[in-house]
Design a binder for this molecule. Structure first.
Ligand code: GCU
Length: 660
């Protein structure tokens, strides 16, 4: 059944018959060395994968015979705790992890090499993840709705727990297959109910499934949980002040209770004093004081506390707030506390400058938060492959250390400041839709996020090729056509929605899908009859550019030097201003929208050329997505072009497409 459920874990018969017979000779059985539950998962996955790929049953045996696939562990300090090697010996293959998780990752990688029909000679490899914390953030609610989810309801059927569904195993497999080792299963706008004692045995059952695939379960915690969950008691707690001893004791008891049931519980993720959520500021305490109170209690269990920096109330320009609140707290967060920061200073727009906060917290553990679910980038209708964007963010040189470094990747992999509690979190796009991500090509973002969390040095080209080959097979035409579409899709989305760094042209209180530029006047742009943009310079504007290292202050602060793609984020610019291309700014806006739309039409046409090369069911499903994509791209184009024509009254030139 070709309904997308298997994602990139497709173990179909190897198509190349020569290779198939070589594989069949080389791999006849599996031997698992050790009895750890994660190793048993590795053995089970190898059996499942090899049996599918080779079209015959490949059993797990106790004894190593000729042509065995052996999976196990061996202490190896060069591999880190989660690395692995795959080695071809004369009569067998050895998949060896430095720990059990490494062995599991090695087993998946080995199968992926076979899925991609790699010759036997090329199976040897060694790999290890760059960041210790490779994490998913689910924004799933107790009623199974998903905040900013476009793939149905939550995978997790809370009220059925501790009853378990088969899909939880497939969920855990899919995480492990790309090296995700932590997952926060509920929304950052957290219901305190998740911490209620009656819920915990159910969550423990779920944690058990995840544990066998090397994944640790986390919860988002509501900071006012002591108030909510004692409300019906004889002497309820009425504050959530982190320095109040009753509050502290309540959390201590709760954390003890959780670890009795879930010994490998990962920790809490907290959104505090943001968008109406409670937090330590309600009691005159700082974010650091609030975070440390929880971190200290988790530390005894090797748990961690991730505190989000996404706060934006109180200043005129939203873009500056996170830096102004968190930079002064650098050095105050305890060793097992981590500050998690969204890639940009606004909110997952298609283009934003890199959040200056990354360079502003050298003495704090940091994680970057990326949004895999396409809240502002087209939901499950517009194809928008985000890996190129994430690459540009991770590669950003902050100039806050020595030379031009560190890069964002250096910071979140721990290289910059020799830190261990660092990593990457992806607000994930998974739901209970049959294809998991609401549209089939959306899974490329899930895969791409995880691959980058594993190794931010991989190129977008390598990652997308990997995903296409695993998902659709190795047909050259399919790979090259789809790759070209995917790699251009982000810049295309940008061009027909919000070029030149304008950002946020959708109704702020709505679904963040359709264009509504009038509703973000002053929030993200100051559009008049003469020009548009947002002056964030230190010289004449909000001062935001002053939050960067001098190198970037000079570049962003100058109209002449600011890169075009961020021009209207940093500056207010007259319509007649000439860009480097020689075009006026307004003409660029017009052209960009029309060109972008044309590219989407071209994507649909290109996909059409793959008819017969991709199974009919998935082909037709994806074709239908492109049909909808074209309609929505047209809507964006016409709304934004009319908006700017309405203000500027400058008629587009040259192309003959507008008869005014
Ligand atoms: C955005 C998003 C919200 C979400 C928030 C967050 O504002 O629209 O739904 O809760 O980010 O990241 O906390």
């Amino acid at each position: 059944n070709e309904d997308g459920y298997d994602l990139w874990l497709r173990y179909h018969l190897v198509a190349d018959s020569n290779l198939l017979s070589r594989y069949r000779d080389a791999f006849t059985h599996i031997v698992v060395q050790g009895n750890h539950v994660v190793l048993r998962s590795a053995g089970a996955e190898l059996a499942r994968g090899l049996s599918g790929l080779l079209g015959r049953s490949i059993p797990v045996r106790d004894q190593i015979g000729k042509s065995a696939v052996v999976v196990g562990t061996k202490v190896d300090n060069t591999l880190g705790p989660e690395g692995f090697t795959i080695k071809r010996r004369t009569d067998r293959v050895e998949i060896t992890g430095a720990g059990e998780r490494g062995a599991l990752y090695g087993a998946f990688r080995f199968l992926q090499q076979l899925q991609r029909q790699r010759p036997l000679e090329r199976l040897d490899l060694t790999d290890r993840p760059a960041s210790p914390l490779r994490m998913l953030n689910h924004w799933d609610n107790l009623n199974r709705s998903i905040e900013r989810g476009y793939a149905g309801k939550s995978i997790f059927v809370w009220d059925e727990l501790p009853g378990l569904r088969e899909r939880y195993v497939d969920y855990a497999r899919l995480l492990a297959s790309v090296g995700i080792n932590h997952t926060v299963i509920n929304n950052v706008n957290a219901s305190a109910e998740f911490l209620r004692s009656e819920r915990l045995p159910g969550l423990a059952a779920l944690a058990g499934v995840l544990r066998s695939w090397g994944v640790r379960l986390w919860l988002s915690a509501n900071y006012a949980a002591p108030i909510t969950l004692t409300a019906d008691q004889p002497s309820p707690i009425t504050v959530a002040d982190p320095l109040d001893t009753r509050v502290q004791q309540w959390w201590q008891d709760k954390i003890d209770e959780i670890y009795r049931l879930i010994p490998d519980f990962g920790g809490f993720l907290v959104k505090a004093n943001s968008e109406g959520q409670p937090g330590p500021l309600d009691y005159g305490r700082t974010h650091a004081e609030g975070a440390n109170m929880l971190a200290d209690r988790l530390a005894a269990y090797d748990g961690k506390l991730v505190w989000r920096s996404f706060v934006h109330e109180g200043f005129d320009d939203w873009a500056e707030y996170e830096y102004r609140v968190f930079h002064p707290l650098d050095g105050q967060f305890h060793a097992n506390a981590v500050v998690q920061t969204k890639n940009g200073p606004i909110d997952f727009q298609v283009r934003e400058p890199v959040n200056p906060l990354f360079g502003g917290l050298p003495r704090t553990n940091q994680m970057i938060e990326l949004q895999v679910t396409q809240e502002y980038t087209g939901h499950s209708t517009h194809l928008c492959y985000l890996v190129p964007e994430w690459k540009s963010i991770l590669g950003f040189q902050t100039h806050t250390g020595t030379g031009s470094g560190p890069t964002v990747a250096d910071i979140v992999t721990g290289l910059a400041y020799d830190q261990e509690n660092v990593g990457m979190a992806g607000v994930v796009n998974l739901g209970d839709d049959r294809d998991w991500t609401g549209y089939q090509l959306g899974a490329a973002n899930t895969h791409g996020f995880a691959r980058l969390a594993w190794n931010p040095k991989l190129s977008a080209d390598e990652i997308v090729t990997d995903w296409i080959e695993l998902t659709f097979g190795g047909d050259r035409q399919v790979v090259s056509v789809l790759k070209a579409i995917m790699l251009r899709s982000w810049s295309t989305y940008e061009s027909y929605t919000s070029p030149l760094g304008m950002g946020y042209l959708t109704y702020p209180l709505g679904s963040h899908f359709a264009p509504a530029p009038t509703t973000t006047q002053n929030l993200s742009h100051h559009t008049t009859a003469e020009g548009t943009g947002f002056d964030r310079t230190a010289a004449t504007g909000s001062g935001f550019t002053g939050l960067y290292a001098e190198h970037w202050q000079d570049i962003y602060g100058s109209l002449a030097n600011c890169p075009d793609e961020l021009l209207l984020f940093m500056h207010w610019v007259p319509y007649t201003h000439r860009l480097r291309s020689g075009k006026t700014m307004i003409q660029h806006i017009y052209d960009s929208h029309f060109d972008g739309y044309e590219r989407v039409v071209e994507f649909r046409r290109a996909w059409g050329r793959l008819a017969g090369r991709v199974d009919q069911a998935r082909y037709a499903d994806i074709a239908a997505t492109f049909d909808a994509h074209v309609i929505e791209a047209e809507r964006w184009r016409d709304t934004i072009v009319s908006y700017f024509y309405g203000f500027s009254r400058i008629v587009p030139t040259g192309t003959g497409w507008l008869q005014l």
